[in-house]
Design a protein around this ligand. Structure first.
Ligand SMILES: *[C@@H]1O[C@H](CO)[C@@H](O)[C@H](O)[C@H]1NC(C)=O
Length: 251
């Protein structure tokens, strides 16, 4: 072969390798279990502090995570989880949302019963899988998808207007982490950084008066960071337990 041809083949394979590596994030081997005495879906009292979102989001295909919980930063992240026993398990497995913290016998995930069963090929296979309890799996992080939902601020029940504000962020699509949050008053847009005090719960013990703007810093695995600014403010008369549509969504 002429040197030029060799060079051409070399560069073409380089390009193909890059396309391949760019798209196919590799699966990581681990174990998954489920809470045998739990409800079919997840828990409303999960460590993330998500409330009902933590139990019923994604149809109840949710999970507790051990290391992937990342001290609460991992709350809301989505993973494709598939078991590896070819007698029972489907190729695609299930996509789950992290809403709780927990580990059991070397697992990365404690799935809801529903999500655990959905890794199986059939209903019968699901029964067999559930009887095993703790199974070998592979997982990878994937984008979350909430069609027809905007990012939504849920004011935590512990809040007390105007003295104490605590909230969680529901329906964040994509594959980024919310690594910082700024709370801004809406006259001069003076902002302060908030702390995540437990799970995914951001808090302020002296929130500004008036309507509030909640800005979020989204960070990728590669360290790219972007501040996003909601279209809608939180109204001055915000209430514990209420949800407020931010008017924006991300991918
Ligand atoms: C999302 O926000 C936009 C405004 O930015 C609004 O028009 C739309 O209705 C919202 N979507 C939902 C599902 O609430």
């Amino acid at each position: 072969m002429a040197p030029l041809q060799v060079l051409a083949i070399f560069f073409t394979s380089l390009i193909f390798m890059q396309i391949y590596l760019g798209n196919a994030q590799t699966f990581i081997h681990s174990k998954a279990a489920y809470y045998p005495n739990s409800e079919e879906k997840g828990t409303e009292t999960g460590a993330c502090g998500f409330g009902t979102f933590g139990a019923t989001i994604n149809g109840g295909d949710v999970s507790a995570a051990s290391d992937l919980y990342r001290d609460g930063l991992g709350c809301g992240a989505c993973y494709q989880v598939r078991c590896t026993n070819s007698n029972y398990c489907s190729d695609n497995g299930v996509t789950i949302v992290i809403t709780d913290h927990g580990a059991s016998g070397g697992t990365d995930f404690i799935l809801s019963q529903r999500a655990f069963g959905r890794m199986a090929q059939t209903k019968d296979a699901a029964a067999s899988l559930l009887s095993l309890g703790n199974v070998d799996i592979e997982y990878r992080r994937v984008s979350c998808s909430y069609p027809s939902k905007n990012i939504t601020i849920k004011i935590d029940e512990s809040s007390d207007n105007p003295y104490y504000l605590a909230f969680v962020i529901w329906y964040q699509q994509g594959k980024t982490d919310i690594t910082a949050v700024q709370l801004c008053e809406t006259q001069n847009f003076v902002c302060k950084l908030l702390d995540r005090t437990r799970g995914a719960v951001w808090t302020s013990s002296s929130p500004p008066r008036g309507p509030l703007q909640i800005r979020m810093l989204l960070s990728t695995d590669d360290g790219d960071e972007t501040w996003i600014v909601p279209v809608n403010n939180i109204p001055e008369n915000w209430k514990a337990g209420e949800t407020y549509d931010s008017g924006i969504q991300v991918d």
